[in-house]
Ligand binder design. Structure first.
Ligand code: ZN
Length: 269
C-alpha cells in the first residue's frame, strides 16, 4: 500500500459528558474531541511516520458515524464506550470486525473492555475487577522495546484513576506492554496487543471519564504511538475461491473435482 496519511476515527458513545456536569467540566466537547486534539498535537516519534487525518464519530449519529464508506477509508479506529455498549448495532459491530480482519487497526480504551466489538474479536468475557476510589495508578512499561512504549520512562503515574484489577478475562496477549499497579494493591495488564486476521488490536486501560486522564502527556504519547503501530500494513478483502492447480494434474484427479477445473483443461487433453 502506498498511502500518504493515516485516516483515524475516534469513536465515543458521548453519553456521560452530556448527562453529568462534573464530567462535562473535564471534557466539554466530549472525550472524542480531547483524544482527537491530543493526536493532532503529539508528534510521531518514528522516522518516516505518516501524518494523521483525524475525524470523530459518536453513537447518536446515523450508523453511529461508522457507515460502510467511512469505515472503508478508516485506517485506525479508537473506541471509547461505557454505559451504552448494548446500543451499538450488531450490523456496525460486524462491519468493524470485518474491517479489522481486512487490516484496519483498532484501539480499545478503558471501559471499552466490555464493548461488543472487543468481545467479538477476542472471544472471551473481557471481565475484570473495578473500584472507583480516586486511587493512584502506576503504569509500568514492561516491554520498553515495543513501538507503543516509545518515548516513555520506566513507568508513569496517574494521580487519580478508577482501579481495574486482575483477572482480566482476555486471551493471552501477543504483547503485554504495560502493567498497572493501584494504590489499593491490585495489578492489571493495562496495555495489550493482539492480531486478528490482518488487523492489529491494542487495548489501553486508563481513561475513566471522571478524571482528566486524556490530558496526561504520557497517555497522549501512548495513543499517538499506538495509532502508528496499529496502522494497516495490508488491506485484504476476504475471499474463499476455488483455485486452479499450479501444477499439471492427471485426468483422474481432474475427474474427481466436483466443480470441474476449467483452467487447466487444455493441459490434459
Ligand atoms: Zn471507568
Amino acid at each position: 500500500m502506498s498511502k500518504t496519511k493515516i485516516s483515524v476515527i475516534v469513536w465515543n458513545e458521548f453519553q456521560h459528558e452530556r448527562e453529568n456536569d462534573a464530567i462535562r467540566a473535564i471534557y466539554p466537547d466530549g472525550i472524542h474531541h480531547a483524544i482527537a486534539s491530543a493526536l493532532r498535537e503529539t508528534p510521531a516519534l518514528q522516522p518516516g511516520a505518516l501524518p494523521l487525518e483525524i475525524g470523530t464519530a459518536t453513537l447518536d449519529q446515523s450508523e453511529h458515524g461508522l457507515s460502510e464508506a467511512r469505515l472503508a477509508d478508516c485506517d485506525v479506529l479508537l473506541w471509547w464506550g461505557h454505559k451504552a455498549h448494548d446500543q451499538v448495532s450488531d450490523a456496525v459491530v460486524e462491519r468493524v470486525q470485518r474491517r479489522v480482519l481486512e487490516g484496519m487497526g483498532l484501539i480499545v480504551l478503558h471501559s471499552g473492555h466490555f464493548a461488543k466489538i472487543f468481545r467479538r474479536l477476542l472471544g472471551t468475557n473481557c471481565s475484570l475487577k473495578w473500584r472507583e476510589a480516586d486511587e493512584k495508578e502506576r503504569v509500568w512499561v514492561v516491554e520498553p522495546s515495543h513501538p507503543i512504549a516509545a518515548g516513555l520512562g520506566e513507568y508513569f503515574e496517574l494521580p487519580n484513576e478508577e482501579m481495574y484489577g486482575e483477572r482480566f478475562d482476555i486471551p493471552q496477549p501477543d504483547s503485554t506492554v504495560f502493567i498497572s499497579w493501584f494504590e489499593g494493591g491490585e495489578v492489571f495488564r493495562s496495555g495489550c496487543t493482539w492480531e486478528r486476521g490482518h488487523g492489529r488490536i491494542f487495548y489501553f486501560r486508563p481513561g475513566h471519564e471522571a478524571y482528566p486522564t486524556y490530558y496526561d502527556a504520557n497517555v497522549q504519547r501512548v495513543l499517538a504511538n499506538a495509532v502508528q503501530w496499529a496502522a494497516p500494513r495490508v488491506n485484504i478483502v476476504d475471499r474463499c475461491p476455488m483455485a486452479a492447480p499450479l501444477e499439471r494434474l492427471s485426468p483422474k484427479q481432474i475427474s474427481f473435482s466436483k466443480v470441474g477445473i476449467q483452467q487447466n483443461k487444455g493441459d490434459i487433453e
